[in-house]
Write a protein that binds this ligand. Structure first.
Ligand code: 5GP
Length: 346
């Protein structure tokens, strides 16, 4: 047994220090980024915020809406090939450039992935998503997928430490998904005791990835726009959102009415709700179970997007970053005492 004494921080443990700025208004801030990916050599330009590959978030409807603002969607893996066929028939090349096809690492998963990629040459992103990105089997699957799809962009995860980011990048991934346990409907930390505070995970994994020319996605734990800004400030190239995009018209599922108030169901992809729905198909998705919650129904996702993008633009003006690209360089985090967090949501 060994204890690491270094302090590891989550989003709530810090705030961003304001800095002198020449920007007059948040409208002067550009949130677009351009990336060239390590192995595929593909270029991508857009606002690097992603809908999570959960079946109440990463839907086709969400992808259409998010792509209008150049945001990205990791489409969940439970659509059938027939559903993909219909969707792709009515989809522009531009939209196809804003989505990833998600997959697990089983034989059936590989077969289905190929069937989907055979439908359209314009599909460019593969998201290989497993419970535990530390397994040897996972690294082998990433290698094999890279051999099979040399010019596609491969996203792989989830991990939380630099050495594993490097191993996956060397194995052929372009972008590494970072986060174990911070998700709003995730119970990994409760069930297993395993995890890593998300802000520190981003800082350490971004450093490892950028050293090799790769990118990272911060996945999970953002509950308010300020958290998204902190994730970018810490060095995330992309930020993936589940709970913040749940509860909208585009999230799928029915609106439930309780005592006159409207809700939508939101659940972890390894919760019993998800397992019932997908007939055992997701049992291996996450190391431990997820929760099922009811989130307030929030109508079209458009308003929420305005709120998130407006918040990050405003962060940029507070620290004098004219472009999202400059945010990390201009970020100084200050550690805050716990009681400060009571005013956190103001
Ligand atoms: P959120 O933005 O809601 O805080 O986190 C979303 C992320 O939680 C997802 O992208 C995924 O990585 C993670 N997640 C989704 N479902 C589950 C689950 O059932 N169990 C666990 N451990 N994590 C989950």
């Amino acid at each position: 047994m060994r204890i690491e004494q270094d302090l590891k921080l989550g989003f709530k443990d810090v705030m961003i220090r304001p800095k002198r700025s020449t920007l007059k208004s948040r409208s002067q801030v550009s949130l677009e980024r351009e990336y060239t990916f390590l192995h595929s050599n593909m270029k991508w330009t857009g606002v690097p915020i992603m809908a999570a590959n959960m079946d109440t978030v990463g839907t086709f409807e969400m992808a259409k809406k998010l792509a209008e603002k150049t945001l990205f969607t990791a489409v969940h893996k439970h659509y059938s090939v027939a559903e993909w066929t219909t969707f792709l028939n009515e989809t522009s090349a531009e939209l196809k450039n804003s989505i990833a096809v998600s997959t697990g690492t089983g034989k059936e998963d590989s077969k289905k992935l190929k069937e989907i990629f055979d439908l359209s040459e314009d599909l460019k992103f593969i998201c290989i998503d497993v419970a535990n990105g530390y397994s040897e089997h996972f690294v082998k699957f990433v290698k094999k997928t890279r051999e099979q799809y040399p010019d596609k962009v491969i996203i792989a995860g989830n991990v939380v430490t630099g050495e594993m980011v490097e191993e996956l990048l060397i194995a052929g991934a372009d972008i590494i998904k970072v986060g174990i346990g911070p998700g709003s409907v995730c119970t990994t930390r409760v069930k297993t005791g395993v995890g890593y505070p998300q802000l520190s995970a981003i800082i350490e994994c971004a450093d490892a990835a950028h050293g090799l020319g790769g990118q990272i996605i911060s996945d999970g734990g953002c509950a308010i726009p300020g958290d998204v800004a902190k994730a970018f400030g810490a060095g995330a190239d992309f930020v993936m959102l589940g709970g913040m995009l749940a509860g909208h018209d585009e999230s799928g599922g029915d609106v439930i009415e309780v005592k006159g108030e409207k809700f939508k169901r939101f659940y972890g992809m390894s919760s019993s709700t998800a397992m019932d729905k997908h007939a055992g198909g997701v049992a291996e998705y996450r190391a431990s179970e997820g929760k099922t919650v009811q989130v307030p129904y929030r109508g079209p996702v458009e308003n929420t997007l305005q709120d998130i993008l407006g918040g990050i633009r405003s962060t940029c003006t507070y620290v004098g970053a004219g472009r999202l690209k400059e945010l990390t360089k201009r970020t100084t985090f200050i550690r805050v005492a716990e009681q400060e967090n009571t005013v956190y949501s103001k």
